[in-house]
Ligand binder design. Structure first.
Ligand SMILES: Nc1ncnc2c1ncn2[C@@H]1O[C@H](COP(=O)(O)OP(=O)(O)OP(=O)(O)O)[C@@H](O)[C@H]1O
Length: 254
């Protein structure tokens, strides 16, 4: 179980995350939703120790992430929000780098790579540079890298972005199977139909604030609506319209 307590991240005077508290259980798929800039990647980067929060805590199975980050990081498979990393390497070199960081046995690494490269249809392309790949192919390389060490906690930032329908279908099935084994699956997405189809629980962020946390079913029931897209849009709205309304309010008081 992951507990996020009063997590805050500030850039200068701006809150990227404002006192976020929630619990992410095992055995379920947990989705982060929110418009651009809402704080999804910031939350994910705090959970993976890529950035340090300004304040607040993350507890993984009761252990404080700040104090036990090397131990906890070994349990995490992370897909970043961009696949444009290590472009000069070949997939094989990239995966070898990950395997050595996780101290994987060669036999274990090769066994995993055989399964994953076949599943994601990337066999035979392991020695080209990642730079020569399309966006979706780069995403497949990153996803394979994240799953290589058979981590029990999956933290995936827009993992389906750019994947072809077959790869997206396969990854969604892997996520479901992982959660069904009682493990942790956290992901962010802008694809609301995917969130509705896949997530057991959701957190919806708006400008760094948590505006909903709970099950998809409870959210739809409370709104008496069967479409997550329409419920989400009613809750989150258009940020630009709100900004404009704020400007109008200000000018009417002047
Ligand atoms: N390194 C940084 N320096 C300054 N501000 C940052 C930095 N990283 C993120 N931010 C700001 O923090 C806020 C949250 O950004 P974040 O990347 O978490 O949003 P997001 O919900 O993942 O958005 P998107 O859907 O566009 O990926 C935004 O206002 C963003 O501009």
């Amino acid at each position: 179980m992951i507990e996020i307590r009063e997590l805050t991240k500030m850039y200068g005077k701006q809150y990227a995350l404002n006192h976020l508290s929630l619990t992410i259980p095992e055995g379920q798929i947990f989705g982060f939703l929110g418009h651009n800039g809402a704080g999804k990647s910031t939350t994910i980067k705090c959970l993976t120790s890529i950035i340090e929060p300004t304040s607040g805590q993350v507890l993984v199975d009761g252990l404080n992430l700040a104090e036990h980050h090397s131990e906890i990081k070994k349990r995490i498979g992370y897909v970043p929000d961009t696949p444009d990393i290590f472009l000069q390497l070949s997939p094989k070199e990239y995966w070898n780098l990950i395997a050595s960081a996780f101290a994987l046995e060669t036999s274990e690494k090769e066994r995993q790579l055989e399964t994953l490269t076949r599943l994601f249809d990337i066999e035979g392309k392991e020695y080209q540079t990642i730079e020569s790949f399309s966006h979706g192919m780069r995403q497949k390389v990153i996803v394979i890298g994240a799953l290589l060490s058979t981590p029990d906690i999956w933290i995936l930032d827009e993992p389906l972005q750019g994947l072809d329908p077959q790869a997206a279908f396969d990854l969604k099935n892997l996520m479901k199977a992982h959660a069904a084994q009682g493990k942790t699956v956290i992901f962010s997405t802008h694809a609301l139909e995917v969130a509705q189809q896949l997530c057991d629980q959701l957190a919806i962020l708006k400008a760094g604030e948590l505006i909903y946390s709970g099950t998809v079913d409870a959210l739809l029931d409370s709104a008496e609506d069967q479409s997550l897209e329409s419920v989400y849009l009613k809750m989150v709205g258009r940020q630009q319209e709100e900004l404009n309304r704020g400007d109008d309010d200000e000018s009417s008081t002047n």
